[in-house]
Ligand binder design. Structure first.
Ligand SMILES: *Cc1c(COP(=O)(O)O)cnc(C)c1O
Length: 624
């Protein structure tokens, strides 16, 4: 693996490695290490979720400029508009940053539930679009009417005929006595014949959960006309699934949707003006092979959409529709990085200093020879000596089983073979053979990392989705240890195993002496709200890093991970009662005297005010 941990593949120029550390490629280019230090010095320990609003702005700008450019190039008449689908990230620090950085864009929000609709109604800037998708009841539709009557530019997408019936009902009730009825715009989600590909491609196709068939489209059209709401029909909508790896399926869907648009338009839907192509724009998560996740550029994507729409509009003689997108993953993923401290390495014992060699002449000859091989190992003899060492190990294990050597000899042999394998791999690192890959697994080191995979990388746990991981410092030193990562849950699924095909190599560190931090990148989409509180590890402490005009940075809006009692209160424990019972138990204890009771009570309350992540070794040293 390259020393840049694949940064050139997944990094999108957002970061640079300068000397020892990885830096934001923006403003005064702070290193992630400086930012982490500054926050930790304020007393926040455990994992940290850093948010970078400038990266949200960059994604929004990239999306809009790709479409603006395509529109200019094709002289396209329709407008380009976009909304952010809230289901991808509803956290206030994210949503507020998003609104802030997109102010001049008329960028809006998409809601898929009542709670999300309330966020959209409260946060969408006046005039910017709101779209409402997903299953809706009467109350949710009534909320959309309230939004429309409050002046919002809101479109409700109907997913089925019954939903339309409810819309008509709410319309009658809401606008009964009104001379000038106000209702939301109406969109129709179509059930695509074509479907996407990849692990998230369930949203298209005949069996998809959402959308109207062609028969239902015609029926809906008639219903709207009878209710005199046909002028509100404004949008055709589809969504072919997330993380599209190829553009082919999208092109098919575009033709399908474009023709439906044109047909309805020709039937008399005069105000039908937009095609909403949903989300699905992919993010490159790969650390190892370029284009593993996305084989098209944003420019190509925009050109294909604009071209397809123009062609259909020309063929059918209708005006070119406005193009709407609801990309979520693409907008949100890059903005967040999880910084997780390493707490422990589990095979520290394989160190030269742990050897218990006996005086010269008293070690078994094979152990002595291992020692000599280790001393004499160099690039030219590495392969041969490596094979010798592995052979000797087999023989030594047999000798141990037969009772010829003692436990100390066996321990020495294990350490020496481990050291030889490590050194040989380092010496032979230009060679890429299966044997070396296998040996890497053999000497893998288990790094205990202060985070929860269930909370912070649920898509890794559930779907095997890879996220880029790298240390945020020591980058001037060659990483030598094949690593598997353990999180701090007591679930054996809380592990990112070593993969010889896509090896993660980390540094050999002594956590008693120094801190070591890993960055887990591109975690800004879906991971936060999908994250679960397995073992009661909660959403980590988060902070927003903002830059001013001069490029100076500042840490803002720190929200600490919930403390223990708040976590329990969220589960609906009666924490007043729990608090009393903990206190009474200690006060009534006959095992200790009054002074110690007071002391322990103080400690207990201190611990209750903290979150459930572990303290690093350093803070343990500092605290005692
Ligand atoms: C989930 C969803 C999106 C966002 O998809 P991404 O892959 O995150 O871009 C857009 N539209 C609809 C209707 C969705 O359900």
């Amino acid at each position: 693996m390259k020393k840049d941990y694949g940064l050139s593949i997944w990094g999108d120029d957002n970061y640079t490695i300068e000397g020892e550390t990885i830096h934001l490629n923006y403003g005064m280019r702070p290193s992630l290490m400086e930012i982490t230090r500054q926050i930790r010095e304020q007393g926040y320990k455990g994992p940290l979720l850093l948010r970078f609003p400038h990266l949200i702005r960059k994604q929004i700008d990239t999306l809009f400029s790709a479409f603006e450019r395509a529109r200019r190039e094709f002289k396209y008449q329709g407008k380009f508009q976009a909304v952010f689908p809230l289901k991808v990230n509803q956290y206030p620090n994210f949503v507020e940053s998003l609104i802030e950085v997109s102010r001049r864009r008329h960028y809006g929000l998409e809601a898929g539930s009542k709670a999300e609709l309330i966020i959209a109604m409260a946060k969408t800037p006046p005039g910017a679009p709101i779209t409402v998708n997903g299953f809706k009841d009467k109350e949710m539709i009534a909320l959309a009417f309230i939004a429309a009557k409050s002046g919002h530019n809101i479109t409700v997408t109907i997913e089925g005929i019954n939903e339309l019936k409810t819309i008509l009902e709410v319309h009658r009730e809401c606008n009964a006595d009104s001379p000038d009825p106000v209702a939301p715009k109406i969109g129709m989600r179509i059930r695509l014949h074509s479907s996407g590909i990849g692990i998230w491609a369930k949203s298209g196709g005949y069996s998809s959960k959402f959308g109207l068939t062609s028969t239902e489209l015609l029926e809906a059209y008639e219903m709207l006309r009878e209710a005199k709401l046909i002028d509100n029909l404004a949008m055709i909508h589809f969504h072919i699934g997330s993380q599209m790896s190829e553009i082919g399926p999208l092109k098919k869907a575009l033709r399908e949707a474009g023709n439906i648009y044109a047909e309805l338009k020709r039937r008399g839907a005069e105000n039908l003006r937009a095609i909403n192509i949903g989300g699905g724009l992919a993010v490159e998560y790969s650390q190892h092979q370029p284009n593993a996740n996305r084989n098209y550029s944003i420019r190509e994507f925009a050109n294909d959409v604009v071209f397809a729409m123009q062609e259909i509009a020309r063929q059918k003689g209708v005006e070119e529709p406005d193009i709407f997108t609801e990309s979520g993953r693409f907008i949100a993923a890059p903005h967040a990085v999880l910084i997780a401290p390493v707490l422990e390495l589990f095979s520290q014992e394989y160190h030269e200093r742990s050897l218990r060699l006996k005086p010269e002449g008293q070690n078994p000859p094979l152990v002595q020879e291992l020692y000599d091989l280790y001393r004499a190992l160099k690039r030219t003899n590495a392969r041969e000596y490596l094979h010798d060492a592995l052979d000797h190990m087999e023989s030594l294990l047999t000798l141990f089983d037969l009772g010829y050597i003692d436990l100390e000899d066996r321990s020495n042999a294990e350490i020496l073979v481990n050291l030889i394998v490590k050194k040989a791999i380092r010496l032979l690192d230009r060679e890429d053979t299966d044997e070396l890959k296998r040996l890497q697994s053999r000497i893998q080191e288990k790094y205990l990392v202060n985070f929860s995979i269930f909370q912070s990388l649920p898509d890794f746990w559930g779907l095997g989705q890879h996220f880029p991981i790298m240390p945020i410092h020591r980058l001037d030193q060659r990483p030598s240890r094949p690593a598997s990562l353990w999180d701090i849950t007591c679930d054996s699924d809380g592990e990112i195993p070593f993969d010889p095909e896509q090896p993660l190599l980390l540094h050999d560190i002594d956590v008693e002496e120094e801190e070591y931090f890993l960055g887990i990148f591109l975690t800004g989409a879906y991971q936060e709200v999908l994250g679960m509180r397995h073992n009661l590890f909660t959403h980590p402490t988060e902070a927003v890093i903002e830059f001013d005009e001069e490029g100076e940075w500042e840490v803002r809006h720190i929200i600490e991970a919930q403390n223990l009692m708040d976590v329990l209160e969220d589960l609906d424990y009666d924490i007043g009662q729990m608090d009393k019972s903990l206190k009474t138990l200690l006060e009534d204890s006959e095992l200790i005297d009054e002074t110690e009771k007071r002391d322990l009570l103080g400690k207990l309350y201190l611990y209750l005010s903290e979150n459930s992540y572990l303290k690093t070794i350093q803070s343990r040293i500092g605290a005692e």
